[in-house]
Design a protein. Structure first.
Lengths: 169, 188
């Protein structure tokens, strides 16, 4: 584990650094085992589990309107499934929804746009079309992008996407 | 069957400092019938009212949150019943304006219109208490108890269109009103 490039603890610490208490989530194979289960077990966080991803976009928006920062964890399949909610709520209505998206099946150290996995390959272009900035997290050295991306989303009242490129352990 | 605007007028008369989330025609009507900075109409995508309301209820457990949802809308987000029941916010009141059709989209009937017991779905999902109300006097009589009870509560309201009110979609989704809502909630 000592040589493993991405740790769940480093991502969790970034959430804390960004002042996140609410984690809205639908299990994603990339992040479920170590990160999401770790968040569920940590009293510093309240995890709100949803049945479908578009609910998560709206719950984060309601939390924002009530004065809270949150992040929404899902798999890229859920991101693709909830495009209309992201378009209408996060982009057009400018709710700062911070999406943490697991790129299930992405090959290690291969850029998402070069992946052989079609859904992974189109995720960044879809975000670009929506005008949503994205940050690829593959190693602990990348993790320090997370808190500033969340802070910028809330400062600009606009969504952001954190792409998790390999399983954090 | 109640006229929806009459139903909302009853709510307006009994409203204190509750947050009211409303969708589609109910959202247009509530801005006229119960104008208030704590009206939340910024739902942005069909079916999402109940989920926005959950975020508000979790974020402000000290405030009662009432959502005026639609049956077509809820059918698009049925899983939210389970999500809400699982979180069990005590301050959540889910009112379903059941009109049996997609009123804004040409009044086409919903699938199995009039044959679904939405309150039973909510009960099975795990809501604490459910009501089915089709009479205005009954609504007026039960609302104080509904607003006092520990949630999540689900109320099916059998409604039909009443008086027509001017539509203002810009108002429903405006950033200016959303920020006004945030300020009012932060101060209240």
């Amino acid at each position: 584990m000592a040589d493993y490039p991405l740790t769940a603890a480093s991502i969790k610490n970034e959430f804390k650094r960004a002042g996140i208490h609410f984690i809205v989530a639908l299990p994603d194979r990339v992040t479920s085992h170590y990160l999401l289960k770790g968040l569920l077990a940590d009293a510093a966080f309240r995890v709100v589990q949803v049945c479908k991803e578009d609910e998560g976009i709206s719950i984060c928006s309601g939390l924002y309107a009530a004065g809270h920062k949150s992040v929404f964890m899902m798999q890229y399949t859920g991101f693709l499934d909830s495009i209309n909610a992201i378009r209408g709520i996060a982009v057009e209505a400018r709710f700062p929804v911070c999406m943490v998206i697991g790129l299930l099946g992405k090959e290690p150290d291969v850029l998402p746009t070069k992946s052989n996995k079609f859904g992974v390959k189109i995720t960044e272009p879809m975000l670009d079309v929506l005008g949503i900035g994205h940050h690829l997290i593959e190693r602990d050295a990348d993790v320090s992008q997370i808190a500033p991306a969340i802070e910028k989303a809330f400062a600009d009242s606009f969504p952001t996407a954190i792409l998790i490129g390999r399983e954090p352990r | 069957m109640m006229k929806r605007d009459e139903m909302l007028k009853v709510f307006a008369r009994q409203r204190k400092d509750e947050i009211a989330v409303a969708v589609y025609t109910a959202a247009q009507e509530i801005t006229h019938i119960s104008p208030n900075d704590l009206n939340y109409t910024f739902v942005g995508a069909m079916g999402q009212g109940s989920s926005h309301a959950l975020g508000l209820a979790l974020g402000r457990p000290d405030k009662k949150v009432i959502v005026f949802d639609g049956d077509g809308s809820l059918l698009m987000n049925l899983g939210s019943l389970v999500t809400i029941a699982n979180q069990a916010p005590k301050n959540y009141v889910h009112c379903l304006c059941e009109n049996g059709c997609y009123e804004t989209n040409g009044s086409v009937p919903t699938p199995r219109s009039g044959q679904i017991r939405f309150a039973e779905l909510a009960k099975t999902a795990g809501y604490k208490k459910t009501y089915e109300i089709s009479d205005l006097a009954d609504w007026e009589r039960r609302l104080p108890e509904i607003l006092k009870e520990e949630g999540p509560i689900f109320v099916t309201l059998k409604v039909e269109p009443g008086e027509a009110y001017p539509e203002n979609f810009r108002r429903l989704y405006s950033h200016e009103h959303r920020e006004k809502f945030r300020r009012a909630l932060a101060n209240g």
